[in-house]
Design a protein around this ligand. Structure first.
Ligand code: ATP
Ligand code: MG
Ligand code: FE
Length: 341
């Protein structure tokens, strides 16, 4: 089985061909970082236009690199939400056109499901059920992944996502966009114990997250002007990791029978975050897994893989399926106090 995956929900335009045996036959990612950099964040109109310009050539290049044509593909999987609606529509409409023209099934993928199943693309030993810490630009959640399409949300952030906190911290420190990798680099040069920052919600019974207060504390520390930016960055990162590990420890305590602790989403590309969670897993005698760094941030291989997982259950979607700007993975989850999806 070979699935063509398409991703366009934020500021990465991406296409990938993935086979059922977990081989990534070819993939292309066009980052729009340069286009958004002058604005310090993603501008939806610019993103949608860039997706529209780049996606079709990118799909053609991906097919050519794999030496395949559309007729060799078994299904077309595209992100159908959640995300910036203009970009999502570009990807989904393109996928529909290709599915119609080639008479292949369309699989509409929840972007978060792409992140949630991405560790299984790289690790063929990873079985359900696993506890997933999904940390990205728009989300910070703990999910019990019981199977394909079976996600139970145990916790979410009551304000900012961690990737968002990284990006805002980067902006405060004048590090530009995108912020996560820049903060990680600067943090490596600082002392994480230098600046006294809060650990919001640490110790609370519910395993929820909160990062808005941490971000404000970074702003105050910066304005006080006592510490170096590297020490501020290192201390911010340490505080964030302490929150992640404390909250995840809480979730492990309330979720029985899990086979592994899994980390995914853009922030999972952070080496210190990875080692913090790996140590926590070891503390509990749990196997730990996180996708290789390029599969953490947005990519189409994870969308194609989610398509392969769904195709294995005979699942596909009608050609009139709508794009969804908001689309919770666990529709039964009640929002945390003060939170959106
Ligand atoms: P979502 O998946 O929630 O819809 P998104 O698709 O915009 O959001 P991802 O691409 O999954 O987000 O992740 C991007 C986020 O990850 C950004 O906030 C970025 O700063 C952060 N990030 C990327 N690399 C690192 C890193 N090395 N350290 C910390 N954060 C990082
Ligand atoms: Mg991006
Ligand atoms: Fe993402």
């Amino acid at each position: 089985e070979i699935v063509l995956g398409i991703e366009s929900s934020c500021d990465e335009t991406a296409a990938a061909l993935v086979a059922g045996n977990r081989r990534i036959l070819a993939q292309r990612i066009a980052s729009q970082d340069e286009a958004h950099r002058p604005y310090g964040g993603v501008v939806p109109e610019i993103a949608a236009r860039a997706h529209a310009e780049r996606l079709t050539p990118l799909i053609e290049e991906t097919l050519a690199e794999a030496g395949l044509v559309l007729a060799n593909v078994d299904a077309i999987a595209a992100t159908a939400g959640p995300g910036l609606i203009g970009g999502v529509m570009v990807g989904l409409v393109t996928a529909k056109a290709l599915a119609m023209a080639s008479d292949k099934p369309l699989i509409a993928i929840n972007h978060l499901e792409g992140h949630a199943l991405s560790p299984r693309l790289a690790d063929n030993t990873l079985d359900f059920p696993y506890l997933l810490l999904l940390v990205s630009g728009g989300h910070c959640q703990l999910l019990l992944v019981e199977g394909v399409g079976r996600y139970r949300r145990l916790a979410t952030t009551i304000d900012d996502a961690l990737g968002e906190a990284y990006d805002k911290t980067a902006k405060l420190l004048g590090l530009g966009y995108p912020g996560g990798p820049a903060v990680e680099r600067l943090a490596a040069k600082g002392d994480p114990s230098k600046v006294d920052l809060p650990r919001p919600l640490v110790g609370s019974a519910e395993p929820h997250f909160s990062f808005a207060g941490l971000k404000s504390a970074v702003l105050r520390a910066r304005e006080a002007g006592v510490h170096t930016d590297a020490d501020v960055a290192a201390s911010f990162q340490q505080a964030a990791i302490d929150c992640l590990t404390d909250r995840t420890r809480r979730a492990i305590a309330v979720s029985g029978g899990i086979t592994a602790l899994v980390l995914a989403g853009g922030v999972a590309a952070n080496r210190s975050v990875r080692s913090g969670l790996e140590a926590l897993a070891a503390e509990h005698g749990l196997p730990f897994t996180a996708p290789p760094l390029p599969l953490c941030t947005d990519n189409a291989a994870m969308i194609a893989w989610a398509g392969i997982e769904r195709l294995a259950f005979g699942q596909s979607d009608p050609l009139d399926i709508a794009a969804r700007p908001r689309w919770p993975l666990d529709p039964d989850a009640t929002p945390a106090r003060g939170a959106g999806v």
